[in-house]
Design a protein around this ligand. Structure first.
Ligand SMILES: [Zn+2]
Length: 410
């Protein structure tokens, strides 16, 4: 029976955390930075040292493969990412890649022959320094030319990054794989939220990746003199924005317990001590795992916006829309069974954060395993997951891989 080599797994995790290490104890590996490229080279080195087949595809995805001798065996993908947000933590993405590599080695060491090939894959630009889910979308065939025309990191940064990594824009889409060659997709990741820790649960089984919608709102008022305009004669756009921020919070807190909504930016114009705000620009984003909840929440929040601006002069512009992505039920029950057999407690929960699984789920059965994040912190240097939890996650990934290789082989 294959088992995780805890010492080897830990040594690899620690070695990887040194690449791009920050003084705060986190890691800084934005996509195609020197540290990111070094981490990817390290991953291929470790895979080659274990005698695994290595490969880099046209989107820069880095892979290690343990090939099945079965003719036309499909590939079970085990993935995550080695890029990080600026000044990120050691666990986000890295844990999943190192655990996937360890699952391949454990299977190989046990001389177990599976009906699927196993591929540990480090996807390009998961975090969105340049585009977001760049590698996984390319592999799943979901990367469109317009995504590359106005990427969130800016087009010059994208082109410079691709050049640094030896990739070309024209060939990115060649990373697409025939879905018939992929058996399923599995990912181990830290939760990045506080739910598992609060409920003292070992393993999270992800039900869906939440969808999100974002809007730009402009509240219109009348700019005026801050000294000479009486309080009852003001038409203050800042006040409308403030009412709206409170309204967003109250709406979600009272009526939408399974949703989150955020006003992440408020800018007042002209923006001076001595001028009443004539305009307020507000960035609104909200998320839910349920499409019907997203519709209802959108109605409720935009109603709040019109209510906050008593004269009804609010402009509302949709700027982003991601549909929720449900994850595979066969994989979910396999994760539950394997965890149970290992004596680990589980709950099901949606992922509030985006992941490569949301790209893969469109073409292959996909599932995710979460382990607890200390204090729910992530995307920062003090991101922490207890080592026992990392080990539990790797054991569940291994167990689920062995079970699902049989289920999805044909
Ligand atoms: Zn991640």
């Amino acid at each position: 029976v294959p088992h995780i080599d805890a010492g080897r797994f830990r040594a690899d995790f620690d070695a990887l955390a040194e690449i791009g290490r920050t003084v705060q104890g986190g890691v800084h590996r934005p996509t195609f930075s020197d540290a990111h490229l070094a981490a990817r080279a390290w991953f291929l080195d470790r895979a080659a040292a274990a005698g695994l087949e290595t490969r880099v595809d046209a989107a820069g995805n880095h892979s290690a493969t343990l090939r099945s001798p079965a003719p036309e065996a499909p590939t079970l993908l085990l993935g995550s990412h080695l890029d990080t947000v600026p000044n990120g933590g050691r666990f986000d993405g890295a844990l999943g890649v190192v655990a996937a590599l360890e699952v391949l080695r454990a299977t190989q060491d046990a001389q177990l022959v599976l009906p699927c090939s196993l591929e540990a894959i480090d996807f390009t630009d998961e975090e969105g320094t340049l585009v977001g889910l760049l590698g996984s979308r390319a592999l799943a065939g979901g990367l469109t030319p317009d995504m590359l025309q106005a990427p969130r990191g800016g087009r010059p940064a994208l082109l410079a990054g691709l050049a640094r990594a030896g990739l070309t824009e024209a060939q990115l889409a060649d990373a697409r794989r025939d879905p018939g060659t992929i058996a399923a997709y599995l990912e181990l990741h830290i939760e990045q939220g506080p739910i598992l820790e609060r409920q003292r649960v070992d393993i999270g089984i992800v039900t869906a990746i939440v969808g999100s919608r974002s809007f730009k709102l402009t509240f219109k008022g009348t700019a005026g003199h801050a000294g000479t305009t009486p309080m009852d004669a003001r038409d203050d756009a800042g006040l409308a924005a403030a009412r709206f921020v409170v309204g967003v919070h109250d709406t979600v807190a009272w009526d939408f317990p399974n949703c989150v909504a955020t006003v992440g930016r408020v800018t007042l114009e002209p923006g001076a001590f001595n001028v009443i705000a004539g305009e307020a620009h507000v960035a609104l984003e909200f998320r839910s795992a349920e499409p019907s909840q997203l519709d209802a929440l959108e109605d409720a929040l935009l109603f709040r916006a019109r209510e906050a601006e008593t004269l009804g002069r609010v402009e509302i512009e949709p700027v982003g829309r991601w549909e929720p992505v449900p994850l595979d039920s066969t994989i979910r029950s396999a994760i539950a069974r394997v965890s149970d057999a290992l004596g680990l407690s589980t709950i099901e929960l949606p992922s509030g954060a985006g992941h490569d699984a949301q790209a893969l789920a469109h073409v292959t059965p996909s599932g995710m395993i979460f382990v607890p994040s200390a204090e729910g912190l992530s995307h920062q240097a003090s991101e922490q997951t207890a080592w026992d939890d990392c080990l539990n996650g790797a054991e569940v990934l291994l167990g689920a891989t062995l079970e699902l290789a049989g289920v999805f082989a044909s």
